[in-house]
Design a protein around this ligand. Structure first.
Ligand code: NAP
Length: 342
């Protein structure tokens, strides 16, 4: 994957020796499931936290992963229960904190989105603090923690120094972006005060095959787009996109790479939804992709991902991420296509 300065021990012939034990929170989710697949393939022992280990429908896909029988254990933990992550995290060298509510609307955003994201992150970090084996925490943040602002120069791509405006998120009631921004800020404060080595990953909109049988919020928006619905995708406006496998590989890279520090934007390509729709319509002529979206009054932006690329990372293209995503949706009979892509 990537060269040089990895934290994991190497044998004389350069292969990874023991990659150690790591915890992944929110294991049964879209992104966490893919990360666990990649971690198991790389030889890690993984403790995955789920809210209900008895729910076979939500965990069966994890238990089928290569290496899962020998090296995956699922443990019960809830973001809103103090100390709930202690057992899962104790003895782990690394923690990938991924669990966070991903929903756009809520009748009670404070209780359903903000508190689990912010207090839940602090709850996980308090368990990390109790663990003497801990080497590094990787927090899954979001590009929405950097781009929800209206005071920047559109000619200068946003980089990791950019933070979303809390005031703007509150005013426009963008609860998800607000929850991720406040959770990441709280994580930095806590880790700086308590000497925890933290690295954060800021993925753009994640595209790719879904391992969980139930589609998460963003994956179901993509299905809607491919079925010709404009309503949900309209709202996304201009957006960065990234392959799910790249997001998983990025998490592992910044965990392993000795020199990784701070925040990492993780996005392959930023496009307007009209550009995305015409690209997809040309590539998949048999799908009823919407012709045009209403243009929203949002600032133009690009994302500068040179910090991640300087670690040797290369992104898959927007075509590749949608090819893989669409192939898996067809296989799962979630969309139907009469012809192959051009
Ligand atoms: N998908 C994207 O495009 C995207 C982009 C940028 C960042 N991210 C970030 O990536 C992470 C994963 O998102 P995803 O897209 O994979 O969505 P997802 O499938 O909905 O995953 C969210 C996970 O969080 C868990 N969770 C929510 N509330 C919880 C609570 N109170 N206690 C314990 N676990 C809780 C969920 O558990 P249950 O399964 O039990 O509900 C689920 O496993 C999130 O941090 C999200 O902000 C996603």
């Amino acid at each position: 994957m990537m060269e040089s300065k990895l934290l994991a021990a190497k044998t004389m012939d350069g292969k990874l020796e023991s990659t150690g034990k790591v915890c992944v929170t929110g294991a049964s989710g879209f992104l966490a499931s893919w990360l666990i697949k990649r971690l198991l393939l790389s030889g890690y022992h993984v403790i995955g936290t789920v809210r209900d280990p008895g729910n076979e429908k939500k965990s069966a896909h994890l238990l089928r992963l290569e290496g899962a029988r020998e090296r995956l254990r699922l443990v019960k933990a809830d973001l809103m229960e103090e100390g709930s992550f202690d057992d899962a995290i104790m003895g782990c060298h690394g923690v990938f904190h991924i669990a966070s509510p991903v929903m756009k609307s809520s009748s009670d955003p404070k209780a359903e989105i903000l508190e689990p994201a912010i207090q839940g992150t602090l709850n996980v970090l308090r368990s990390c603090k109790k663990n003497p084996s801990l080497r590094r925490v990787v927090l899954t943040s979001s590009s929405s923690t950097a781009r929800a602002r209206d005071d920047f120069d559109p000619n200068i791509p946003l980089d990791e120094t950019s933070w979303s405006s809390v005031e703007l998120c509150e005013r426009l009631q963008i609860w998800y972006a607000l929850s991720k921004t406040l959770a990441e800020r709280a994580a930095w404060d806590f880790c700086n005060q308590n000497g925890i080595d933290l690295v954060t990953v800021l993925p753009a909109f994640v595209i790719g095959p879904s391992l969980p049988p139930e589609l998460c919020s963003t994956a179901s928006d993509v299905v809607g787009l491919l079925k010709g619905e404009t309503e949900k995708f309209q709202w996304h406006g201009r957006m960065g996109y990234v392959h799910i496998d790249d997001v998983a590989l990025c998490h592992i890279l910044v965990y392993q790479h000795e020199a990784a520090f701070g925040r990492y934007l993780c996005s392959s390509t930023v496009v307007d939804n009209n550009e995305l729709a015409s690209l997809l319509a040309a590539r998949y002529p048999s799908l009823p992709i919407p012709k045009r979206f209403e243009q929203l009054n949002r600032p133009y932006y690009e994302l500068n991902t040179s910090k991640l690329e300087s670690l040797g990372f290369k992104f898959k293209s927007i075509q590749e991420m949608f090819d893989d995503c669409i192939a898996s949706l067809v296989e799962q009979a979630l969309i139907y296509m009469s012809a192959t892509c051009s």
